[in-house]
Design a binder for this molecule. Structure first.
Ligand code: NAP
Length: 443
């Protein structure tokens, strides 16, 4: 591994094809025999530091259409939190199901799961049938894994019945020194970014792009008012940038003055601190409070000068969904990709049908959408939102930060990279965008 790292650090990428791939590597795992370790404990008290382990992993055999990547940096996504607290189900259920398809997919069905759905690094080896990428290419990977043997996925690959999220529903993910990906997950690493900055946007940037910008999601247009929940968080920090970059007006919802400050730094002007306003959309466990929806809607109108949101960017789920449906403008769209606070949503359907609103479900992004989202990063039109970076061995704490909502933007993790700040090849472009790249640092 040291030889590989030395070659990467020396910029001798072409030499990598001549070096042998190590037969084992260090990676962050959860263990099948610990799936019940948090049984009976409330979600908030389940501690990823107890369930995430740094293990020595045998390198998987390389299959057709695949690549092994030397991972320089990765990032925490909420799916690593879900995997580490074994909610809503243990990820070993996914691995077992995937393993049933073929001998190749059976490699993923193991008693340990190497997690992580983002990476920036360098290709070490490609399998048979891979022509677009070669050893030495500097890459980032999106996390869409598809088989594409069914006609269903050939219009939009997210429709493939065998669509999975790499590093969550498949094994050998990015929170490790090596990762196994399909070659159609690879995209060029933005040259002006460090390894940890390049790794961070991946999953959330692609997801927010489809959810908000793509015609497969809300299809946001210039002039739209967009209500963004968790606007300084993983998804929200990219949704806010897409709204601003696309000529829309974001209304950013956050929960602290520090998070409001970050939204201002991104260029947003309309911000609601949900804690300071003290919204209680749920009166008790079973009943929502429409007066609170109205108070929230009035606040949005006060900020926008009377406009209701054309688009509501939803992911908190149960706690906010009733309010989201209520405040959306007549004919507007609520686009949802998650249910962090609970997946059984209730809302007053009269406000939906009488006002001709639409609820759109959105999940990750196809290769084209991921590529377009990554291209915006490469062009310096959208910027990474890294606030803090941990060593691989401290992934448990990094996941804990996200689980406890004490983070901002994205939390990075160094894999093979020995320190932050490495991997930049376009220094001139970096210098032009440095203040924007560092917006989330030190808040
Ligand atoms: N389907 C997909 O493809 C996909 C992709 C990415 C993520 N996700 C899911 O989307 C969710 C968010 O992911 P993320 O990466 O953005 O996480 P994140 O970095 O934790 O950000 C989410 C933000 O939402 C806000 N929030 C959390 N609970 C809330 C509540 N009860 N009410 C209002 N706001 C709340 C918080 O912001 P404030 O405290 O500042 O309000 C938080 O910072 C997760 O459940 C994740 O699994 C799905």
């Amino acid at each position: 591994m040291q030889e590989i790292l030395d070659a990467i650090l020396a910029g001798e990428h072409d030499a990598l094809g001549g070096l042998s791939v190590p037969d084992h590597y260090r990676g962050m795992t959860v263990h099948a025999d610990e799936s019940e370790m948090f049984a009976g404990i409330p979600s908030r008290e389940k501690d990823p530091r107890m369930s995430l382990h740094l293990d020595d992993i045998p390198t998987p055999e390389l299959g057709p259409g695949e690549a092994i990547v030397a991972v320089m940096a990765s990032a925490i996504n909420y799916n690593t939190v879900w995997a580490s607290i074994f909610e809503p189900i243990s990820t070993f259920t996914f691995l077992r199901r995937y393993g049933r398809i073929s001998p190749l997919t059976a490699r993923h069905d193991l008693p340990y799961h190497v997690v992580g759905s983002d990476l920036a690094g360098v290709v070490l080896r490609t399998g048979p049938g891979v022509n677009a990428w070669k050893a030495g290419d500097q890459v980032v990977a999106h996390c869409l894994s598809v088989e594409l043997e069914s006609p269903d996925g050939h219009g939009d690959t997210m429709m493939d019945p065998d669509q999975r999220i790499w590093g969550f529903e498949t094994n050998f993910g990015g929170l490790a020194e090596l990762a196994l990906v399909k070659s159609n997950q690879l995209m060029p690493k933005p040259a002006h970014l460090t390894w940890e900055e390049a790794a961070a946007p991946g999953l959330v940037n692609s997801t927010a792009y489809r959810q908000l910008v793509s015609r497969n999601g809300a299809g946001m247009k210039q002039g739209d008012t967009v209500l963004i929940w968790g606007a300084s968080g993983g998804l929200g920090s990219y949704a806010t940038q897409f709204a601003l970059n696309g000529g829309a007006t974001p209304v950013c919802v956050v929960s602290s003055p520090e998070k409001a400050e970050i939204c201002l730094r991104m260029g947003a002007e309309l911000i609601i601190d949900r804690n300071a306003e003290g919204y209680t959309f749920w009166r008790d466990e079973h009943n929502q409070d429409p007066k609170e929806w109205k108070r929230f809607g009035a606040k949005i109108r006060e900020l926008t000068g009377g406009d209701d949101p054309d688009v509501v960017f939803e992911h908190p789920g149960r706690e906010t969904f009733g309010a989201s449906v209520y405040v959306t403008r007549r004919g507007g769209t609520i686009v949802t990709c998650a249910s962090t606070s609970g997946y059984e949503h209730t809302y007053d359907n009269r406000y939906l049908w009488m006002n001709l609103k639409r609820i759109v479900g959105s999940h990750f992004a196809n290769y084209r959408e991921s590529y377009e989202a990554n291209r915006l990063i490469s062009k310096g039109l959208i910027h990474p939102t890294v606030s803090k970076v941990y060593a691989l061995a401290d992934t448990g704490q990094a996941a804990m930060d996200v689980h406890s909502n004490s983070h901002q933007g994205k939390v990075g993790v160094l894999a093979l990279a020995p320190e932050e700040g490495l991997g930049v090849t376009d220094h001139e472009k970096r210098a032009r965008h440095l203040p924007a790249i560092n917006r989330f640092r030190g808040v």
